[in-house]
Design a protein around this ligand. Structure first.
Ligand code: ATP
Ligand code: MG
Ligand code: MG
Ligand code: MG
Length: 459
């Protein structure tokens, strides 16, 4: 079954069960300034769950674009290394707003997985919250799942909360046994949240008069199960982007672990940047814009590792759009714009990368025996080459090194001090250079109110 078919099957299955199909909201939350990106299917329904907003339906189904790169859910550093994490992914979900509850939610999930997706029953395991006897009994008695395939887990894994206060409740997760040959043998595919309490300021749990259901299943994970791939990255929705990376790098996927990691990161980040820019994010030094800038830079540095030294990401947008244009036709309209944004961003950063990388490699080499990179070197790379610290830190980590940030700060302070002293001397007279420029009619514009350098942000 193709990814597109699975998505459609899910949406139409729940439509048949009386759910209204709701289009994915944009990745940038429309109403929630506290959240950088939508990271779950329930986010666009938050106000409905809180009872602030009324909708003409009590059952909904959606396939929501998600990005987990910041805040509570940040999977950025897992991408490429695990078989199941992306930054950008699609979350399938069914929702009940005070309509059906635990019993039906579990029955629907079971019916969909075993009868529609035809996953063999003996491969299915579930987890339930250790105090949720009700869910345990539904799985054991109504569904008939053997007790030894029901794991009882604690709050950490199976208790969901919207925030420190507000709606919360136990959850139950569905896992697929992919066999002992898999490193990640039990794959979590679907999370069913039973929103039945509200937590008060004093910590008490009060039952909600009308409990809700919120579920989420990763489309890429379930596709990987049905398509029998080793990781999410070989499914039909992603593999063509890996092939694109193979073509550009002239390297083969599936032969060497680090090569595979690099290609997976490139494929993942290409999806993320395409969708985020398509939804209106512009790379910048702040907030959402910085997250996307970081994603683009990360993709480039993994590409550099594969020997790719020229801009190429913008061409990958064609591949992403080609795969995703059917469910997301808005991408087609925005394609040339997205490519333009990515191209100018990558062209700017590739210069920095090319200039700095020989020194980065040399510095890492010299730091091996010491175990860390000296503050003076960090400062040089940052100050002279404009190399982003977050990227440097990640790269050092890969080499088993850390950055001496204490030393870095000392150098930064010293430079500030020098600049202050210099400034005191200079204020009394204008530098002859400026007089000269002024005479030639050349002036500079102060843009500090609207723009600033990354150097101010990361500290
Ligand atoms: P995991 O434990 O594997 O990190 P999770 O418990 O953090 O997953 P949930 O928050 O329960 O995930 O999200 C619901 C579903 O969304 C998961 O069961 C999974 O199928 C999917 N999902 C979550 N995070 C990712 C991700 N980073 N990439 C792809 N799919 C994901
Ligand atoms: Mg997770
Ligand atoms: Mg989990
Ligand atoms: Mg989960």
């Amino acid at each position: 079954m193709s990814g597109h078919e699975i998505r459609e099957l899910f949406l139409s299955f729940f439509e048949k069960k009386g759910h209204t199909r709701v289009k994915s909201a944009p990745l940038v939350p429309e109403k929630d300034p506290t959240l950088l990106f939508v990271n779950a299917g329930m986010v666009p329904f938050k106000d409905v769950f809180l009872g602030i907003e009324k909708r003409p339906y009590t059952r909904a189904v959606s396939c929501q674009k998600c990005l987990r790169v910041s805040g509570k859910h940040n999977d950025l550093e897992q991408v490429g290394y695990t078989s199941r994490h992306h930054t950008f992914f699609e979350m399938l979900g069914n929702f009940s707003f005070g309509d059906y509850f635990k019993e039906l939610a579990i029955e629907y999930a079971w019916e969909f997985v075993t009868e529609y997706l035809r996953i063999p029953k003996e491969k299915i395991y579930v987890s339930v919250y250790k105090e949720d006897e009700e869910a345990f009994k539904i799985w054991r008695d109504s569904i008939g799942l053997p007790e030894d395939r029901i794991w009882l887990l604690g709050e950490e894994d199976n208790f969901w909360q919207m925030g420190d206060t507000g709606p919360c409740g136990p959850s139950s997760e569905i896992y697929i046994d992919r066999g002992p040959e898999h490193e990640e043998r039990f794959l979590e595919i679907w999370n069913l949240v039973f929103m039945q309490y509200t937590r008060e300021k004093d910590g008490r749990l009060l039952p909600l008069p009308k409990p809700n259901i919120d579920t989420g299943m990763g489309l890429e994970r379930i596709s990987s199960v049905l398509q029998g791939t080793k990781t999410n990255f070989e499914i039909d929705l992603i593999r063509p982007i890996i092939s694109f990376a193979e073509e550009v790098s002239q390297k083969e996927y599936g032969k060497d672990f680090m090569t595979d990691v690099c290609m997976r990161v490139i494929a993942d980040h290409l999806r993320a940047m395409t969708f985020a820019i398509g939804d209106g994010v512009i790379p910048s030094n702040l907030g959402r814009g910085y997250v996307i800038r970081r994603i683009i830079r990360r993709a480039l540095r993994y590409a550099y590792r594969l020997g790719i030294k020229d801009s190429f990401l913008y061409k990958g947008v064609d591949v992403v759009v080609d795969i995703m244009k059917q469910p997301y036709p808005e991408l087609l309209q925005a394609k040339e714009y997205i490519k333009g944004v990515i191209r100018s961003e990558e062209e700017r950063f590739i210069g920095t990368l090319k200039r700095a990388m020989p020194l980065v490699e040399q510095v890492f080499q010299e730091s091996k025996a010491r175990g860390f990179v000296e503050g003076s070197k960090v400062f040089e790379l940052y100050d002279t080459y404009g190399f982003p610290l977050d990227l440097l830190e990640e790269m050092a980590k890969e080499e088993g090194l850390y950055l001496d940030m204490e030393g870095f700060r000392t150098h930064m302070e010293e430079q500030r001090e020098r600049a202050r002293k210099h400034f005191k001397i200079e204020v009394s007279r204008t530098s002859p250079v400026y007089e000269e420029l002024k005479a030639k009619g050349i002036s500079t514009e102060f843009i500090g109110y609207t723009h600033y350098d990354t150097s101010t942000k990361v500290l």
